[in-house]
Design a protein around this ligand. Structure first.
Ligand SMILES: Nc1ncnc2c1ncn2[C@@H]1O[C@H](COP(=O)(O)OP(=O)(O)OP(=O)(O)O)[C@@H](O)[C@H]1O
Ligand code: NI
Length: 314
């Protein structure tokens, strides 16, 4: 799929290329970590799947939910009515970024969960709120609290519980661990892993590579609106092919914090950059665009279970 934002003529620039020809697959039982620097298009990709893009956005391409089954839905062309009644919260649960701010301040955690039950399931069965809370590690007593009385980790658990009310087969978590300290990051991350163990598909959007390494079964690396590498997490993390993936891994604390030099290109100038050089990463790449090992082709190409753009395995 691709997503563009029109900025309007008065701004004097072309559209923002927020997502370009991005292709990912997510199967039940997988945690797919979508990683990449701030602004590369991760959240926009998720918003597009859920029909939550602002009005200045347009999309191209296809995004299939449950393809080849009776429940198949093409998300990008679905009406707001279909997305609201059949998809959001029901088949795809969303754990939003900074969950605490999404909770209603004047309601206890229990009331919020009960309300979500009524909305998505029509009623609240006795015990169902406690049962669900228990699954994410919240005790009944925790649910008596108002949002301001909850720690960041607890609020995050309430958000995960809310996302699970309708037993969605897919859960999208956008930066679910922002602002939490490391032990809590690990607990929330593990919780997402447990959802996949229960045969859900989890899309974990994060720039925390350590969290991705901990729980992801698969990884897709985004750079300047494109997926530049994807595949089984173990393989990609162990033997990255794309120089950007290598750069991200070298920027991790245990690798000595060697951030990728330079900055991502402006998303309004990507088309030009690609026309001129082929690869979107060229300005920061140690390889010369179009000269081996870089083949200068920005398209993601499959090699067995893995895919990579411009830098085929050698
Ligand atoms: N409504 C909009 N109009 C114009 N540009 C937008 C709009 N929404 C997002 N963008 C741009 O799209 C690009 C991708 O944004 P996105 O939020 O997906 O980044 P991200 O990878 O999720 O980053 P972060 O890790 O900071 O959340 C950014 O450059 C952003 O400025
Ligand atoms: Ni984001």
């Amino acid at each position: 799929m691709s997503v563009r934002f029109e900025l309007g003529r008065r701004r004097g620039s072309g559209p923002v290329h927020a997502v370009t020809d991005a292709g990912v697959r997510l199967y039940p039982g997988q945690v797919l970590a979508l990683v990449g620097e701030s602004g590369c298009g991760k959240s926009v990709l998720a918003s597009a799947l859920l029909g939550l893009l602002p009005s200045n956005a347009w999309t191209r391409g296809r995004a299939w939910l449950h393809p080849g089954t009776d429940e198949e839905v093409e998300l990008l062309s679905s009406s707001e009515r279909v997305l609201a009644r059949r998809v959001r919260g029901r088949r795809i649960g969303l754990v939003p970024q900074s969950a605490a701010t999404h909770l209603t301040p004047v309601r206890t955690a229990r009331d919020q969960l009960a309300e979500t039950f009524r909305e998505l399931r029509g009623r609240v069965d006795p015990g169902s709120v406690d049962e669900l809370a228990g699954r994410v590690g919240l005790a009944p007593a925790d649910l008596a609290h108002y949002p301001h009385e909850l720690s960041g980790g607890m609020a995050q658990r309430v958000a995960v519980a809310s996302a699970l009310v309708a037993e969605p087969s897919v859960v999208i978590a956008d930066e679910p661990t922002t602002g939490l300290d490391r032990p809590l990051v690990d607990r929330v991350t593990d919780l997402l892993g447990e959802l996949a163990d229960r045969n859900r598909g989890v899309l974990l959007i994060t720039h925390d590579l350590a969290a991705a390494k901990r729980v992801a079964t698969h990884v897709a690396v985004m750079y300047a609106s494109r997926v530049v590498e994807s595949g089984p997490a173990e393989e990609v993390f162990h033997r990255p092919w794309h120089p950007y993936t290598k750069g991200l891994l070298e920027a991790m604390p245990e690798a000595g914090f060697q951030p990728v030099p330079g900055h991502p290109p402006a998303l309004t100038e990507l088309a030009e950059l690609e026309r001129e050089w082929g690869c979107v990463f060229c300005l920061r790449c140690p390889d010369t665009p179009g000269v081996a090992p870089c083949n200068g082709d920005p398209a993601l190409v499959e090699y067995g279970s893995r895919s990579v753009a411009a830098h085929p395995p050698c």
